[in-house]
Design a protein around this ligand. Structure first.
Ligand SMILES: [Zn+2]
Length: 463
């Protein structure tokens, strides 16, 4: 358990975070981290650990002594809450203030591991409260181009051995530091707070519940992202690794090959016996997100409706893609992402349908479950519909769009406008959460997880 006096100091630290209105862009992240390092040359070691595919420097800022704690920001470049968290941690450690500096450990902070991907999202960073503006500027890399999900893998016939430069930079850092704890700074989108952790961090669970409660943020009580995992505690799920997901999917009788293509940070971290922690935080909450009362709807029907909506989305995306693809002239990360997600959506109803068929789905859905199953397809429509439209529009802008591309785009835009209208009508039921509170939950829970991970490695700790 997190010691009560440490928890007090963590809560005091997160309460002191100043209000912020948006997220820093890549140049601002770099400038601020470099400014902190330059102001504390005796404490902060700045090391270039690699370069992005477009040639941007990837930097590790290391502070402190002891077992290594690796903190990685922007692992999904559409998830910028961690940019603030990484900078706040670096500032605290450099200035020797707050609980971070007391915990010990050598902290390696990589504020932005995927600068190329972050730049493709920057258009919405100034106003993340607007879900439509966010959707219009949204970019998420194809799975094999996601830093945390492009590690080597060789399990049950699924083989991947082509990590991109950003992932190789992180592998190099992990090889060199053999981390006690690795933290990817992720965030979700809508709902409540939830976590992934290796089971050895069980000592931090009280703090993982206390910190969002203190800041007034709900836990997420809806559908887990990956249905194959039993939670360690409320809203705390076991770390996701590709190996575990492949095994679980096969056990459910689902072919894992379209879902899992490469290894995760967790798979690689296991080589070092690293603990792992992720805090997932939303930009918006909804009163249904933590409502465990009965919805009056059958859980089975909720799942079947989700499957139908995902099928419909997959069909719209694939139709546009198949029409346009033979004529596309520009290869880009957006195109690779949009293509991968269109195919992924087309098969993604199966998992919900499979679960609907199980006897244990013959029960009433909670309000939270009904809501998250309804909102996931909405989120995917906004995200992946827009990414495909951006891909096709890029051809129009560049003067390379054949008539088939323009037709595919016009058809897709019709759907997209309807999806935006639907999401817009829904927006007023959402509460936009103050960013500093989201950063507070991430910063506070990372400190609690670090405390638990360091306690396991302390001399004399039970082995
Ligand atoms: Zn993520």
């Amino acid at each position: 358990m997190t010691a009560p006096d440490l928890l007090e100091r963590i809560l005091a630290r997160v309460d002191a975070l100043r209000p912020v209105s948006g997220f820093p862009v890549v140049d601002e992240i770099r400038a601020e981290a470099d400014r902190i390092a330059a102001a504390h040359p005796d404490r902060v070691t700045r090391t270039t650990i690699g370069a992005s595919r477009l040639g941007e420097e990837i930097v590790d800022y290391a502070v402190g002594e002891g077992p290594s704690i690796v903190i990685v920001g922007g692992v999904h470049p559409n998830e910028p809450i961690g940019f603030h968290t990484a900078l706040a941690l670096l500032r605290d450690l450099a200035e020797e203030r707050g609980p971070a500096a007391e915990l010990g450990g050598r902290w390696h902070i990589v504020p932005c591991i995927d600068p190329d991907g972050a730049r493709l999202n920057e258009s919405w960073f100034a106003d993340p409260g607007d879900r439509i503006g966010y959707a219009r500027g949204f970019y998420r890399p194809a799975p094999v181009e996601q830093v945390e999900w492009s590690f080597p893998l060789d399990h049950r016939g699924i083989v991947f051995d082509d990590p991109m430069p950003e992932t190789r930079a992180l592998m190099g850092l992990m090889d060199e530091t053999e981390p006690a704890l690795i933290v990817g700074l992720h965030n979700g989108e809508l709902g409540g707070v939830y976590y992934y952790a290796t089971p050895d961090l069980v000592g931090a669970i009280d703090a993982l519940h206390a910190i969002p409660a203190h800041l007034g943020l709900p836990l997420d009580r809806g559908e887990p992202e990956f249905a194959g995992s039993e939670p360690l505690a409320e809203a705390v799920f076991p770390e996701l690794t590709s190996i575990d997901m492949i095994d679980a999917l096969e056990e459910m009788g689902i072919d894992p090959t379209p879902h899992v293509v490469s290894g995760g940070t967790g798979d690689y971290g296991r080589l070092f016996g690293a603990s792992a922690f992720v805090a997932e935080l939303p930009y918006w909450s909804h009163p249904a997100s933590d409502d465990t009362s009965g919805s009056g709807r059958s859980y089975r029907e909720v799942l079947l409706r989700r499957a139908e909506e995902l099928d419909e989305l997959g069909a719209v995306l694939l139709r546009a893609l198949e029409r346009a693809e033979p004529h596309l002239a520009i290869d880009s990360p957006l195109r690779r992402g949009a293509t991968a997600f269109a195919h992924m959506m087309a098969g993604s109803g199966d998992e919900a349908r499979q679960r609907a068929a199980a006897p244990e789905s013959d029960r009433e859905a909670t309000v939270a479950e009904a809501f998250s199953n309804e909102d996931h397809p909405r989120m995917f429509r906004l995200r992946f519909g827009t990414m495909l439209a951006r891909t096709l529009r890029a051809e129009v802008v560049a003067g390379t769009a054949a008539p088939a591309v323009r037709l595919a785009l016009a058809d897709l835009e019709t759907h997209l406008e309807a999806w935006y209208r639907e999401a817009d009508a829904h927006q007023e039921t959402l509460e936009v959460l103050p960013i500093e509170k989201l950063v507070g939950v991430q910063l506070g829970t990372v400190l609690a997880a670090a405390d638990a991970a360091l306690a396991l490695r302390a001399p004399g700790a039970p082995g």
